[in-house]
Design a protein around this ligand. Sequence first.
Ligand code: HEC
Ligand code: HEC
Length: 442
Amino acid sequence: MLLPWLVLLVWGAASADLQETEGAEQEVQFDERELRRILQLSPLGEPPLDATNRFDGNPQAERLGHALFFDAGLSVNGEISCATCHDPKQGFSDGKPVADTLEPGKRRTPALWNAAYGHWYFHDGRAATLWSQALDPIEDEAEMGGDRLAVLHHIAQDEPLRRAFEQLRGPLPELENSEDFPAHARPVPDEPEHPHARAWAKMSEENRESVNRAFTDVGKMIAAYERRLVSRDSAFDRFVTGLREQDQELRRALSPSAQRGLRLFLGKGRCRLCHNGPNFSDGEFHGLGLATRAGGMPTDSGRYGGVPGLLEREFTASGPYSDAPLGERARQLEGLRVGPENWGEFKTPSLRNVGERAPYMHAGQFADLESVLNFYSTLEGAAPLHQHQEQVLTARDFTPQEIADLVAFLLSLQGAAIDSAWTGPPGSSRDLPTDVPKQHDR
Ligand code: HEC
Ligand code: HEC
């Protein structure tokens, strides 16, 4: 007696399943408003040139910066380079929740893809140029533990490196003179009795300035290299070309699931309100109220501490070592203010190449993209940061299918591979440019 019922039930369930998957695999028909929004997200043009860096876009500087990026000789123990934490094999990050070399840090190592499109650097935006950003980790006691004098001595003692460096920017200071140019020195504002700080204080102002000029040039060459790290021409970009040119073949670059994810990204998910434009970031700061990794109340002040950090910086877009002290980047520093509403805000990261760089958020709070989307779905654990809590940030209440679709869309933002010469360590130092015309200091 029971058997026919059971057969019917099983049959019914199976055919419902079938219908659902068939329906689910249909292409999405985007309406006009969605199409307009999609076209704003692609293509991504060339990264802008930074006028504060006279080496930006200079091919010789890019190659030399590449060598410096991978050069562990810039660190205190000869073992740590930029690439130790920003490892090209891990999406120019390190796979760790927070960086950890000489001492554990408190923030995650951000990926460097498309950094040149930004105008604030670090999670809290305490640098406004890529070249000045690059100088911090070199002298940070937790990261590379080096100092500017040691960096210049290192360059001077590596013959091909020295030749290439001097041909590009003019002669190094007279470092052989150890009276005037000690082996180690740097300003240590919090610790004036630090041996490095005392050595720095003993140097003449003129010599300190020539050291700073050469040291900032190191940062500028590294920044020129970083401008090569561009992620674009992803499956998503091919899909948009398909929409633009009404090319069915290209439109298939996105699976139906990723297309549904795109629709959610523009609509229900509200993701585009912050992750907007072809780099999928507004380049600004927002408070998500994320709990710490251990689950407690947020402790990192983010942008609230970043703005004073920016205004106190030694090397800035508007300062004497900038190549455009009155330019646009300098002007963005004017009138910069910070208030309690900025407490706990962090920079919106680009979502290009996001699939290859778990864990996520400024302290690696989430192990994978599903967890990130679960957060946006429920806002579980989020602390209300202030009265103006991001109005747009309310629980999005996604179904498991919607989360899977959003993840499929995010994974479609993986860019085409760039020339592998830029993502590996540089060849032998003989590859360094030596036959370049001189380009002296201003
Ligand atoms: C110890 C690991 C470590 C080393 C070594 C390191 N970084 Fe980083 N990098 C980080 C961390 C962590 C942050 C974020 C810190 C913060 O926001 O306070 C960061 C931030 C950055 C950013 C900002 C990215 C953005 O989107 O805002 C750039 C660019 C960068 N590093 C480049 C470099 C360069 C160039 C070097 C070598 C001179 C270097 N880093 C060395 C860990 C490291
Ligand atoms: C209110 C602005 C805002 C909205 C809306 C928003 N985001 Fe974000 N998103 C951010 C900020 C800010 C961060 C970085 C937070 C941090 O580091 O603590 C971030 C981080 C992320 C990350 C982690 C990236 C990384 O490298 O760590 C992903 C993935 C992401 N968002 C996807 C989305 C998706 C998908 C949506 C829509 C469901 C969305 N975001 C909506 C501002 C926003």
